[in-house]
Every structure is written in structure tokens, then in C-alpha cells.
Write a new protein. Structure first.
Length: 251
């Protein structure tokens, strides 16, 4: 579903991501791990066009030009961030509805000419947004301003909004960060449910247990380069991973 080849990101003389090649099969969950500063978030930024990058990207067999956020979005690549990016002044349901903004009918002319259709479409957006909130456990907060949510619920709201955009590939940047054990298990269960329904995911995270239980494969970055890839149990035994990621000298 997602094929990135030779992705390279430079900031001046600093090479943050160096010739990273990574693939995620349809309906698969791949974990991307590594020490702080290894280039994980920068790699996600490259795939979503947020930063200029060299290399190639294909989504569902079709080429996507790097460095063009609109192209990545149109190809079905959506993401969440390390810190939940939500609109605190809006209600939870309004936050989710933002991911489903209709592009067919815009402007005053459309509002006057096809008002019944627009009203019907808006009702459908509201219904689907409520359904997504229910899926992530936030049904009771639909009308609540996002500012009143706990940190864990804010993270789930961002996940709900991303999922409401109906991505082909969802990139999650540390979805379990700041969550307790129960909240982390909740996130894992939700992501597994959506994978079972056909979603493809690339997950950046630091919690080894979370990644091991959730992901089919793990790719490890260090200093912007891939140093290991494979099934979780095999990757954690790799001496390079132990040295670079776990900070141990002996296996």
C-alpha cells in the first residue's frame, strides 16, 4: 500500500533522513522506532509533504510527489502528531467534522442553488463524526469543547479526526505518548479494529510492549538510517538495535 524508496531529507548541512526505504503492505501495521533524534518524525513529515525530500513514494501503486502536502492527502496519506493538534474552541464533533469537509459544494452560489443537498450532506457529516467519536470512546463528549478534554482524550480526538478522513494509510506519531497503561491498551485495540477493517498503518512509538503487540513488522532508525527491520521479537534481539535504541552494550 505504501512504498517509500531512498527518502532523503536535509536541513542545510544536516542529513536528518538518509536514503530510507520502507514499505507497508495493505492492511498491515508497521512500527517505526529509534532513539530521539533518529529521524522518525522527519520521515513522516517527508511522506506527508511537510518538508522537502528526495526519493520516491507510491501509495496503492500510484506515484506521489514528495514535498506536496496536497498530493499526499489526495493519495490518502493522513497523520497525527506527537502533540495532539486539535481546535480547543470547537466541540469534539466539530473537530472531527473538519476532516470531512465537502469539496463539491462551496460558496454562496452553491448555498442558494442546492441548499437541500448541502443540508443533507451536513447532516451526514455530523452523523459520521458522531459515529467516529463513538468508535474511539468519546461519544459522551460530542458537544463538549475540546479544551475541556484530558490529555488522553485529546489524543483520541485527533485519532478520530484522522480516521474520519478515510485514509488509505494512517501515520501515527507516538500515539501512546503520555498515556497510562489502560489508555495505551485502548489505543492499541482501536487501531487493531480499524486494521481489521482494511486500514494500513505506520506507527512511530517508544513503548516496546505497545509496538510489539500491535505491529506486524518493526523498522528501526538510528541517525536517519535504517539499521534493522523484521518481526518485533527478532528486531529487539538485534545487537545494533540494542546498542543504538536501548542503549545497552551487551545483548
Amino acid at each position: 500500500m505504501l512504498e517509500a524508496a531512498g527518502v532523503d531529507v536535509r536541513f542545510g548541512g544536516v542529513r536528518a533522513v538518509s536514503q530510507v526505504t520502507l514499505s507497508v503492505a495493505r492492511q498491515q501495521i508497521v512500527g517505526l522506532v529509534g532513539p530521539n533524534g533518529s529521524g522518525k518524525s522527519t520521515f513522516l513529515n517527508a511522506l506527508t509533504g511537510v518538508v522537502p525530500a528526495a526519493g520516491s513514494l507510491r501509495v496503492d501503486g500510484r506515484p506521489v510527489r514528495l514535498g506536496r502536502p496536497a498530493q499526499s492527502h489526495a493519495a490518502g496519506v493522513l497523520r497525527t502528531y506527537q502533540t495532539p493538534q486539535i481546535y480547543t474552541a470547537l466541540s469534539c464533533v466539530e473537530n472531527v467534522m473538519l476532516a470531512m469537509t465537502p469539496r463539491r459544494w462551496k460558496g454562496v452560489g452553491s448555498a442558494l442553488a442546492i441548499r437541500p443537498r448541502m443540508i443533507a450532506a451536513e447532516r451526514d457529516r455530523y452523523r459520521r463524526a458522531q459515529l467516529m467519536l463513538t468508535r474511539v470512546g468519546l461519544a459522551d463528549f460530542a458537544g463538549t469543547p475540546a479544551a475541556g478534554l484530558s490529555y488522553g482524550d485529546r489524543r483520541m480526538l485527533e485519532v478520530a479526526r484522522a480516521l474520519a478522513g478515510e485514509p488509505k494509510v494512517l501515520l501515527l506519531d507516538e500515539p501512546s505518548a503520555g498515556l497510562n497503561e489502560q489508555e495505551t491498551a485502548h489505543v492499541s485495540a482501536i487501531l487493531s479494529e480499524f486494521r481489521a477493517e482494511g486500514l494500513t498503518l505506520l506507527v512511530v512509538d517508544h513503548k516496546i510492549e505497545f509496538v510489539s503487540e500491535l505491529c506486524d513488522r518493526v523498522v528501526v532508525l538510528a541517525l536517519g538510517q535504517v539499521i534493522a527491520a523484521g518481526e518485533p521479537a527478532d528486531v529487539w534481539r538485534d545487537q545494533q538495535v540494542i546498542d543504538a535504541y536501548l542503549g545497552l552494550e551487551d545483548a
